[in-house]
Write a protein that binds this ligand. Structure first.
Ligand SMILES: Cc1cc2nc3c(=O)[nH]c(=O)nc-3n(C[C@H](O)[C@H](O)[C@H](O)COP(=O)(O)O)c2cc1C
Length: 301
């Protein structure tokens, strides 16, 4: 994250609690003041925590050209959005995680200033969005986000999509967080101050609400793994330039974890430190580690 990135107004736990995938919007332009704030934040968001460069733009409609955004297809999933955040990321080992982290950062900012948002990794037509951001050959456009004023009432279709994805439920702690090995679940009672950052990961959005994040505590290190859903895109997909959605989910988890940890006044950094911990299956892959810097805070259950 760049130093130039603005801070949020509300507490991060509040913002994360408020965010949801909004698919119905009031078709009115985003107020110029808010549009400028969001554009400024996007302009400052250029390098992810794992070092990949990305760029983002807000494409938004004014009163007279609200219809022009309709050409940016969302297959009917999104209704009335007056803006989209479009991004492009360079190739690189951790580019999807970095993209997920940076776009989620911006989505939380949009939430903080009162806008509704929705991640779109599958239900959007790439060609129009790629043209809008003048995508270079060396870049990938993995996903976009709809933004605008949330409509008071959901369409029937929204409720249908939410039910299909099980969007209102999350996996319990014992399926997501572990202590030392994947065989020992980590309980909220023994997580010390990390109970809040972990809960913020749990509340995060993920593609089709698959919630692939798994985290193991190991002394002062928190190892992040992706447990893939079989049949979902993987690293091979990346070879064909198909973005790996579940690595984007991991970037979102990193964003929620780090922002919460930092807001609590704790410090740390992302490192690669795979510890040879036995994985539960072939679908589980190590991604990254959060190394606590607060040496006093070693919580043993
Ligand atoms: C990487 C990613 C891609 C997504 N792609 C789509 C999409 O293409 N269409 C859509 O309607 N929702 C999409 N979603 C939204 C998820 O379905 C949603 O986050 C999940 O069901 C949880 O619901 P919530 O965001 O309201 O908490 C995506 C979410 C993520 C994180």
């Amino acid at each position: 994250m760049d130093d130039s990135m603005a801070a949020y107004n509300q507490a991060i736990t509040e913002i994360i609690g408020r965010r949801f995938s909004c698919r119905s919007y009031v078709p009115k332009p985003i107020e110029p003041g808010l549009r400028d704030q969001l554009s400024r934040v996007l302009a400052g968001s250029s390098t992810g925590p794992l070092g990949t460069k990305a760029r983002f733009e807000l494409v938004s409609a004014g009163e007279d050209n609200l219809a022009t955004l309709k050409g940016l297809g969302t297959y009917g999933f999104i209704k009335g959005a007056s803006g989209f955040i479009i991004g492009a990321v360079d190739q690189g080992e951790n580019n999807m995680e970095d993209y997920g982290y940076l776009l989620e950062w911006a989505i939380l900012f949009a939430t903080d200033i009162g806008l509704g948002t929705c991640w779109l990794g599958g239900t959007f037509r790439k060609s129009g969005f790629s043209r809008k951001i003048s995508l270079k050959e060396t870049e990938i456009l993995p996903a976009v986000a709809a933004v605008g004023y949330a409509a008071d009432k959901r369409r029937w279709f929204d409720s249908f999509v939410r039910r299909r994805a099980g969007s209102d439920s999350r996996l319990p702690w014992d399926k997501l967080f572990f202590d030392g090995t994947f065989r020992t679940p980590l309980s909220a009672d023994t997580s010390g101050p990390f109970v809040t950052p972990l809960e913020m990961v749990r509340l995060g959005p993920s593609a089709s609400n698959k919630q692939p994040w798994r985290i193991i505590r190991d002394g002062t290190q928190w190892h992040f793994y992706v447990q893939r859903t079989s049949g979902y895109g993987n690293r091979n997909a990346a070879l064909f330039n198909l973005p790996d959605m579940q690595r984007i989910d991991m970037g979102i988890a990193m964003c929620h974890f780090e922002l919460t940890v930092r807001e609590m006044g704790l410090s740390g950094e992302w490192i690669h430190a795979e510890q040879g911990i036995e994985k539960p299956d072939k679908l589980t892959e190590y991604i990254v580690t959060w190394q606590q810097k607060d040496q006093g805070l070693i919580y043993k259950g």
